[in-house]
Design a protein around this ligand. Sequence first.
Ligand code: PEP
Ligand code: MN
Length: 264
Amino acid sequence: LASKSDSKSQTLVNLSEQVVVGGKELVIIGGPCSVESLEQMETVTQKLSVSSVQALRGGVYKPRTSPYAFQGMGKAGLEILSEMRSQYNIPVVTEVMTVSQIELVANHADMLQVGSRNMHNFDLLKALGKVKKPILLKRGLAATIEEFVMAAEYILSHGNPNVVLCERGIRSFDNYTRNVLDLGAIAALKQITHLPAIVDPSHAVGKRELIAPLAKAAIACGADGLIIECHPEPEKSVSDARQALSLEAMAELVNSLKPVAASV
Ligand code: PEP
Ligand code: MN
């Protein structure tokens, strides 16, 4: 179902009436790693909504390495996202970690994210096949392209055609960068599937000063969009602080991407 064919060459995934992933326009999703407070999200959304960021991200159920680390605001965080969505008329994307969270998350978000650590959670993928909202499927930490596409196939075959793939870097031997961004995967995915494919340079590289060049390269490789982490006070971010851009740097980056997007 995910394969490109003469009759199906490009799927368009609507996050809202105005925001479409897979079309001519590059879609940029921005926001913090975690939703931390109403004030934080207001500052972020205000700033992003006047730059060309078309959707808001923010995790409320966080898959943290340590069980002692901040696990996310849960339902209170979803309510903050809902508030931003109606106040600023911007679609929101947030991660769902378990089947039991799906209904609540789907009631608050425009797009449900499957995190890397859950790409192989087939029960979750099947359940998301029954959902009416679009799904952002992130590539597993060490998943092959074939496994990644088959994970999307689980969602498609269970009834949900609105899947966006996200390359977010894969594990390798070098830990200078957090992961290794596989741009070859983007080029390949654009050839073999009709699903939109976006890139997350933030989790790929893990260092804020290296995000801009990867974002540009992703566009050149055919990415339909980008998802980038930013925070009002990057060094104070409760998760992934090292890769968070300031809101000013985010606005600047988004501007610098316009000529790149226009040239592909
Ligand atoms: C995230 O987007 O916040 C996240 C946890 O990403 P990943 O699943 O790619 O690690
Ligand atoms: Mn993060």
